[in-house]
Design a protein around this ligand. Structure first.
Ligand code: NDP
Length: 523
């Protein structure tokens, strides 16, 4: 019996078989690099006149594949295919829709290693992070199916009107909106496409998906799972190309009935405003950035705190919306903890993320690499590097975007980088005189995604009560601010980190993909 369940909480201690299967899949994947991949619209492979290349961020000489640079005409084609498929898909019995979606989730599980290898090559994720992203997607899809089932398709008998002489029957029915748009980011390209897509489809919507330009391949592999599971043509459509043109055309189309966008705060706010220009209000699920704090009290277990902070600060090179980007440490334990953070960080291996021993891969693209240099140059002038602060040169690492994991101390608390998401392996640390001061600073940002606390058990209620964030953890060595999982820690943000207050992979998520209709029959 397989007793190992891969989640972000268990990924630090995998069985040997997992490594063997990943290595085999990687070899196989390396034999199919450089191919051209099509968009998928109405079940057909569609090619555009212009293409774009997808390179490996660990070695920019390595061409992974060529993809279609879709434009407004492809946006319209995909939206009409989804519109045409909506009456059919929404009228299939919900139980039958779930059979197909569960099949897709099983196919994702079956192809875990092959897709994981592509994900490592495309994003620069280490093997465990890559496999986690895929496994989470299958669980997210299953979680939406489970919610549909648990709520009996959201068909609920209501009270009978107290009208004498008549018998009334009232029923609440949750029904799908229509055509749902899913726009996803590069960092969790599988889960943050598949999670919303699974929810939209389970609810009976049809979908158009636009992945990030850095991650078209892995999302195409998800489309293959949907197709091979037997989800009908036109129910899901996949277009690739720039957010600024193709993405914008999708946002501006009146054919979109609802949207889930996961990405940065500035792009999310633009989408929110542009989408509001339609003829009426449509559901807008936005999952945006973070500036996640960790508070360490004088009563903390510093072994747990140091490992949890490092995992969350530098997992996926700090390119997680949930990354620990600010650490506030009570004076009494500041020196001890910062010493530990320095020692542990300098032990992390930076390199090719497909290599088993490597924890830190490259950042995703040249832009991110250049931003790391700009930020560290500024941070070096105003604060001190506890460790890191540099990129690796081409001599050291051929042609990859490798940046050293960086902790910054002594940065004045009014410096703007305390409040701005950098989305890189850079975390700032401050000494505070009390946990109340730490809490004030922790909440003094426009974001409210995740947060972590290390301290005495009696202090945890205070932390949960005071902190302004959607996913919060206390005394967790597996990750101070990272590592959510559907059904365990549903994921979503407060304030500028999210628009709905209903976390993905949780009890209240699926309902957002349906609107209510009341049926009253007088007999
Ligand atoms: P971006 O905001 O740059 O891009 C996200 C997606 O939006 C991409 O597919 C992009 O396409 C597309 N896009 C860009 N401009 C437009 C536009 N005008 N209209 C429509 N679509 C557009 O984010 P990143 O991919 O860089 O991802 C990182 C960000 O995502 C971070 O801020 C991170 O915190 C956040 N995030 C939030 C999560 C959450 O759950 N709250 C989870 C994961 C990440 P293209 O790639 O072609 O530009």
């Amino acid at each position: 019996m397989n007793t190992f369940k891969l989640t972000y909480g268990t990924m630090f201690n995998p069985p040997e078989e997992l490594h063997q299967r990943y290595d085999q899949a990687l070899l196989k994947t390396k034999s199919i690099l450089g191919l051209e991949h099509a968009m998928l619209i109405d079940g057909k492979e569609v090619f555009a006149s212009y293409k774009f290349a997808d390179y490996n961020p660990a070695n920019t000489d390595l061409l992974l594949g060529t993809f279609q640079k879709g434009d407004a005409s492809h946006a319209n084609l995909a939206l009409s295919a989804a519109r045409k498929a909506f009456p059919i898909w929404s009228h299939i019995k919900w139980q039958d829709r779930l059979v197909l979606l569960r099949k897709a989730a099983d196919l994702i599980d079956e192809r875990l290693y092959e897709i994981g290898a592509v994900l490592s090559l495309e994003v620069g994720k280490n093997r465990m992070e890559a496999l986690g992203d895929i496994a989470e997607t299958a669980d997210l899809i299953r979680y939406s199916c489970l919610q549909m089932e648990k709520n009996n398709g959201f068909i609920i008998p209501m009270g009978k009107d107290p009208v004498s002489g008549f018998e009334t029957q009232n029923t609440s029915v949750m029904r799908p909106y229509g055509v749902w748009l899913v726009i996803s980011p590069f960092n969790f390209p599988f889960a943050l496409t598949g999670g919303p897509a699974g929810a939209a489809l389970a609810a009976g919507n049809t979908i158009v998906i636009k992945p990030a330009t850095d991650t078209p391949w892995v999302v195409r592999l998800m489309m293959d799972c949907f197709r091979d599971a037997g989800i009908p043509s036109g129910v899901f459509n996949y277009v690739t190309g720039p957010g600024s043109t193709l993405g914008q055309a999708l946002i501006e189309s009146p054919e979109v009935d609802g949207i889930t966008f996961t990405g940065s705060y500035p792009v999310g706010m633009k989408i929110f405003r542009d989408f509001a220009n339609g003829r009426y209000i449509r559901p807008t699920i936005l999952e945006l950035g973070g500036k996640n704090p960790v508070i360490v009290s004088r009563n903390a277990d510093l072994d747990k705190a140091s490992i949890g902070i490092i995992r969350s600060a530098f997992g996926l090179q700090g390119q997680k919306c949930s990354a620990a980007s600010r650490v506030f440490i009570e004076d009494e334990v500041y020196d001890d903890l910062t010493d530990r953070l320095k020692i542990l960080t300098e032990k992390l291996i930076v390199g090719d993320p497909t290599d088993r021993s490597v924890y830190i891969g490259p950042v995703v693209n040249k832009n991110a690499f250049e931003e790391f240099k700009t930020y560290t140059s500024e941070l070096g002038k105003h604060g001190k590097f506890l460790t890191g602060g540099n990129v690796l040169s081409e001599n050291e690492f051929r042609k990859g975007y490798f940046c050293l994991p960086t902790f910054v101390t002594d940065l004045p608390l009014d410096h703007h980088l305390w409040k701005q998401e950098m989305f890189l392996p850079i975390t700032t640390i401050a000494r505070v005189s009390s946990i109340n001061e730490a809490m004030k600073l922790a909440n003094d940002v426009d974001y409210g995604l995740t947060a972590g606390f290390y301290g005495a058990e009696e202090e945890t209620d205070w932390f949960f009560d005071q902190i302004q964030a959607g996913v919060t953890y206390a005394n967790r060595p597996q990750g101070a601010t990272t590592g959510a999982w559907p059904g365990f820690q549903p994921f979503g943000g407060w304030k500028g980190s999210g628009s709905t207050g209903k976390n993905s992979g949780g009890n209240y998520y699926l309902l957002q993909y349906m609107h209510e209709q009341i049926h009253t029959i007088v007999k």
